[in-house]
Design a binder for this molecule. Structure first.
Ligand code: CP
Length: 445
């Protein structure tokens, strides 16, 4: 569907639009009860295929404060999804008269994009698997902006389960665009995924420093600065100081819980023992003296309750600010407020192809479940060597051979013939057998 504005990825907003939304949110936040005229007569639908407290209730509160109404399927088990109805059909039904906007949370990566493709009303991604959670990122960035009065060039530590945390992924993309310095402190085995690191580097020129979780403890040492030596030796070249990165001031530490509901076969669940916990002691060092301690919540034991009264504790403020921030998002997407800032023109273009097997390697991508509705689309990261990512979940596609949908010939990925194929004629294959069984013929070998 064209002409409708969705919020599927944090990249759907330009940085100027983000700042304009924040100005609006600040106005809304001065008196949440003063805006009940803005979306009168409008209805938003909450479609939640996964549990939520903050995201759903703050969206619904925001809609009610704007004078609109809300319909909710908070337990999709009680909807016709339990009878096998597809997500595409569900959003189509809800968008045709039931509601003027859909807020969707789903277990599968890429679900919000697929919903947007099939919806006649705006779709907001309220979290899709381990992929993205753009409105949480807006609450997080808004909190940093309110507290630090700037977003450009800040120093942020991202800690915990960086592998599965969608809030971390969207936050990292946005921070990178604002030129932030990112220090990743993953729990062992739960490092930032390669597809996220690739996007950070290729699209925003950001290379997070990765350090061992034990190094955060060193920050607690009584010193003015901590030298963090990177875990990967080649990263050292990024820093002029041979001792590593001199960290004498961190603006924010963003902590996440183990996302056990998304842990996969192969994840070492036993290794959660020793998961980082932060409290007064962990936040005591000089570099962390003015650092905001952030968490999207819910928390388990990652932040001790004794820290809640500390002025650096931001997690309940992040949750509270969800209402004015989401009021701003809703009123813009429902056309009741206009953003004057220019849209994000650097967003990667989705290429849609006509043929071929689904090459996405991610078993929990929506493209593997909504077979009747999924479009074969992808983004190209580079043409030589050819690298492409799934248009739904952004995972890099394992490509060994490429075909042309018009000639029905296929070639090895890095051949000269492969480079000549028009992007929208590309068909990806993992191996020759897959190409041949799809009716393609080998040439030039
Ligand atoms: N932060 C967040 O998404 O919280 P909920 O899961 O409660 O919505």
């Amino acid at each position: 569907m064209t002409g409708i504005r969705h919020l599927v990825s944090i990249d759907d907003l330009s940085l100027a639009e983000v700042m304009e939304l924040f100005q609006r949110a600040r106005e809304f936040g001065k008196d949440l009860r003063a805006w009940s005229h803005l979306c009168r007569g409008m209805i938003s639908a909450s479609l939640f295929y996964e549990p939520s407290t903050r995201t759903r209730l703050s969206f619904e509160s925001a809609m009610l404060r704007l004078g609109g109404g809300v319909i909710t399927a908070a337990e999709m088990k009680t909807s016709s999804a339990a009878k096998g109805e597809s997500l595409a059909d569900t959003v189509r039904v809800v968008g045709e008269g039931y509601a003027d906007l859909i807020v969707l949370r789903h277990t599968s990566e890429g679900a919000a994009r697929l919903a947007a493709e099939n919806s006649s009303v705006p779709v907001i991604n309220a979290g899709d698997g381990s992929h993205e959670h753009p409105t949480q990122t807006l609450c997080d960035l808004y909190t940093v902006w309110i507290e630090k009065e700037r977003l450009e060039g800040i120093d942020v530590v991202l800690a915990g389960d960086l592998k599965h945390s969608r809030t971390i992924h969207s936050f990292a993309y946005a921070l990178a665009r604002f030129g932030a310095n990112l220090i990743c402190i993953p729990h062992q085995g739960f490092e930032m995924p390669n597809y996220v690191l690739a996007r950070l580097k290729e699209e925003y020129g950001a290379q997070p420093l990765r350090v061992d979780a034990s190094r955060l403890g060193e920050m607690a040492a009584e010193s003015d600065a901590v030298y963090l030596t990177p875990q990967k030796p080649h990263q050292l070249s990024l820093f002029t100081d041979a001792r590593g990165l001199r960290v004498d001031r961190v603006d924010a530490v963003y902590m996440t819980r183990p996302q056990t509901e998304r842990h996969e076969v192969g994840d070492d669940k036993d290794s959660l023992e020793g998961y980082l916990t932060l409290g007064q002691e962990g936040m005591a060092s000089e570099p962390l003296r003015n650092a905001l301690l952030m968490h999207p919540l819910p928390r388990r034991d990652e932040i001790s309750q004794e820290f809640d009264k500390d002025p650096r504790a931001m997690y309940f403020k992040q949750a509270a600010r969800g209402v004015p921030v989401r009021m701003a998002i809703l009123s813009v997407l429902m056309g009741r407020l206009e953003l004057k800032a220019r849209a994000n023109e650097n967003k990667k273009r989705l290429v849609e192809v006509v043929a071929g097997p689904n090459p996405c390697p991610n078993p929990t991508c929506i493209s593997h479940t909504e077979l009747r509705h999924v479009k074969a689309n992808f983004t190209i990261s580079s043409r030589s060597p050819l690298r492409a990512a799934c248009g739904y979940c952004c995972r890099e596609l394992p490509i060994a051979f490429v075909g042309c949908s018009t000639t029905r010939n296929f070639h090895s990925r890095d051949s000269a013939a492969a480079k000549q194929i028009r992007p929208d004629h590309l068909v990806f294959f993992r191996d020759e057998q897959e190409a041949e069984s799809s009716g393609f013929v080998a040439t030039g070998r």
